[in-house]
Write a protein of this length. Sequence first.
Length: 305
Amino acid sequence: MEKKKKILFGAAGAVVLCMVALIIVLIINNSNQTAAVNDAQARIDSLSLANDRLLLTNEFDKLNADFSQYEDQQIYLKNDSLVQKYNEARLKVEGLLQELTAEKRSNAANRARIKQLEGEITTLKGIVRHYLEEIKRLGEENEGLRQEIKQVNQRNQQLATQVTHTASENKQLEQTVKLAKKLNITGVSLSAYNKKSKPEKNITKARTLGVSFTVSPNNTAAPGMKDFCIRILSPEGTLLGNGGSCTVDGASVPITAKRQVEYANEELHVTVYWDVNTTLTPGDYTVDVICDGYRLASRHFTMKK
């Protein structure tokens, strides 16, 4: 009987020991599983934070690219307050991204930074959107101004063309009026006279030369005293006489002689004389008649010996 009891107590002790061992094994396994679960969750959290950081970084880079694309157009803005706000917000986001990259904070702290970063990037989005809207609005205004300037330039060009055309017409009209006021002469002749004031056919015996012509009536010309100037060129091309000067076509030219005659807008016969003071030779002589700044006639005459 005593032996059976010993056997029973031994068996019970063995069972207890097995149960204790089993419990210990279960506890150890549970601890290992808990640690594995915690480790897996930590890796998942890290990956999630890295993914969130990557998404925020990409979004930030995209915002920077969008802003930089139009940054050179800030000259259209009346001030650079938007650019200043953007740069301040951008520096803040860059600091937060650097903190996340360093990974020196706990996951909870990183999540707080990510929330803060999301808010700052939302602010950046609003600034960029407002900036682009302002650029677009000002660009449209500038396009409208360019169109107005183009139209004004076209009108100015048309006015300039009209002014040029009118000036040309006025110049032509002025020239026509001047020509209308110019005296007309006919019957220009060159005659030689001897010492007795008689007509002389031999030019070498001439003591006086006379240039005769008839002034036609012209009601447009101004009446009054007129200076009729003559120039006589010898066959050698030398100007005869020294009768001073006279204006023709805006230039002062030397003349042979002149005569002042009153003109009353009626037909007028005029002869201008020059006393010969040199030996004349046979040949072709050129005679110019000038009055009121115009060359009224230029004729060639052959004088014989």
